[in-house]
Design a binder for this molecule. Structure first.
Ligand code: NAD
Length: 421
């Protein structure tokens, strides 16, 4: 039976578990290891006051969750959004475990978030919230234990405040506690655009595999933010035609193509893609259903679900967002023959360059941007062809192949370490 309501953020954890158990069944996982990986290792909920600009205190709720650390320190972003809840953060922490494993970087998975509406807060309020939240989770984070990064509605400035708050508590500078920082305090060249760049690297590899020339191919992007806008800009530079884009305020469409550089300027000035010249206004869900060659869902989770998956008309979907497709929708897209580049691969560019940033911080030696972009390309290319090989050999979708490879690597690490004591 088709559910006629799209999933909400509370559904994300059960949906992630559903996907994990599907993979665990295929891998015939040992029941004990299955049980271990189906739960998160550690989770902390913090309720803390922040002084608002009007002089009143407001209490906020934040979370930090570590799913698994068999392969290395926990790694994962921090999100500020009104819908943040423990279930969502657990699901995203689990996703980080699989993402780091599929691209074979030495991290486990974590995620954090604060339930708040950053758009309705001043910069001072966001800074005080960030510093207090950092203090509340300080027992968990650190360059050897758990390294946060930006996610939705958090950016390099916020990462700078986290680094400073942590360093103040330690009494010396600790740049490796967080990635996605400003360059002046140990950020990495290439980090800010890394997720969008990685997404485009994966699209190029998919096009090579499918024998598609990218010149003139049409692209639709849901979520014109840090991931979606960079991917749109790079694809535009490569000769693709961006025909639709959206953000939280709505979407725009032009069959003739959108001037991406001008759209970036318009979004910067007006705060939204809506109202851009020579385009028609459409809804954010229309952006998903528009006929196009390449669709990039780069906004929220669960945007493609059993209620709309059948209406998707793209040839390639590159999942820029984390978990934009539900498990049931995965099957529908697979039956339709759409080539889906799974989230844990398509948006891994950010965590890969975060890994480079962490390595540079620990070594106190910085790389040129050319090296960063070429190492990013190398890691994604190795991972893409490996996932494709599994997908062909095991006759499974790219999504199932990517998750199988990831889970298998985490299981191997768990077995090789053994269970303590
Ligand atoms: P962002 O805040 O920069 O951008 C998000 C964009 O989505 C904004 O333009 C926002 O207006 C838009 N949006 C919000 N709700 C929407 C809706 N209902 N419909 C359409 N658009 C909507 O965030 P981001 O960093 O680009 O993250 C986007 C997604 O990518 C998230 O799922 C995030 O977890 C994932 N991701 C981000 C990174 C990274 O490095 N930034 C890395 C991996 C995954």
């Amino acid at each position: 039976m088709v559910n006629n309501q799209p999933p909400v953020s509370d559904d994300l954890y059960p949906l992630s578990l559903e996907r994990f158990h599907k993979v665990a069944d295929r891998l015939d996982l040992d029941p004990g290891i299955r049980e271990k990986l189906a739960v998160v290792k550690r989770e902390v909920t913090v309720n803390f006051p922040v002084k608002m600009d009007d002089g009143q205190f407001k209490v906020f709720t934040g979370f930090r969750v570590q799913h698994d650390i068999a392969r290395g320190p926990a790694k994962g972003g921090i999100r500020y959004h009104p819908s943040v809840c423990l279930e969502e953060v657990r699901a995203l922490a689990m996703l980080m475990t699989w993402k780091c494993a599929v691209v074979n970087i030495p991290f486990g998975g974590a995620k954090g978030g604060v339930k708040c509406d950053p758009k309705a807060m001043s910069e001072g309020e966001i800074e005080r919230l960030t510093r207090r939240y950092t203090s509340e989770i300080i027992m968990l984070i650190g360059p050897e234990t758990d390294i946060p990064a930006p996610d939705m509605y958090t950016d390099s400035k916020i990462m700078g405040w986290i680094m400073d708050t942590y360093s103040m508590q330690k009494g010396f500078s600790v740049p490796g506690v967080v990635t996605g920082k400003p360059l002046s305090i140990g950020g990495s060249l290439g980090r800010s655009g890394a997720t969008g760049r990685g997404c485009v690297n994966c699209i190029s590899l998919a096009a090579e595999h499918l024998g598609i020339d990218l010149e003139g191919r049409t692209v639709s992007v849901q979520g014109f933010g840090k991931v979606g806008a960079v991917a749109a800009r790079l694809l535009d530079e490569m000769g693709c035609k961006i025909i639709a884009a959206s953000d939280s305020k709505g979407g725009i469409f032009s069959q003739k193509g959108i001037d991406v550089a001008d759209l970036l300027r318009h979004k910067g000035e007006s705060g939204s893609v809506v109202g851009f010249h020579d385009t028609d206004n459409i809804s954010s869900t229309d952006v998903l259903e528009i006929p196009c060659d390449i669709l990039i869902p780069a906004a929220l989770e669960d945007q493609i679900w059993e209620g709309n998956a059948d209406k998707i008309q793209a040839k390639i979907i590159a999942e820029g967002a984390n978990g934009p497709t539900t498990s049931k929708a995965d099957d529908i897209l697979s039956d339709k023959g759409i080539f889906v580049i799974p989230d844990i691969l398509a948006n891994a560019g950010g965590v890969i360059v975060s890994y480079f940033e962490w390595v540079q911080n620990i070594q106190e030696y910085f790389w040129p941007e050319k090296r960063i972009n070429s190492e990013l390309q190398r890691i994604l290319s190795d991972s893409f062809w490996k996932v494709l090989e599994i997908s062909k050999k095991e006759k499974m979708s790219m999504k199932m192949a990517a998750y199988s490879l990831a889970v298998d690597r985490v299981v191997q690490a768990t077995k090789d370490r053994g269970i303590y004591p």
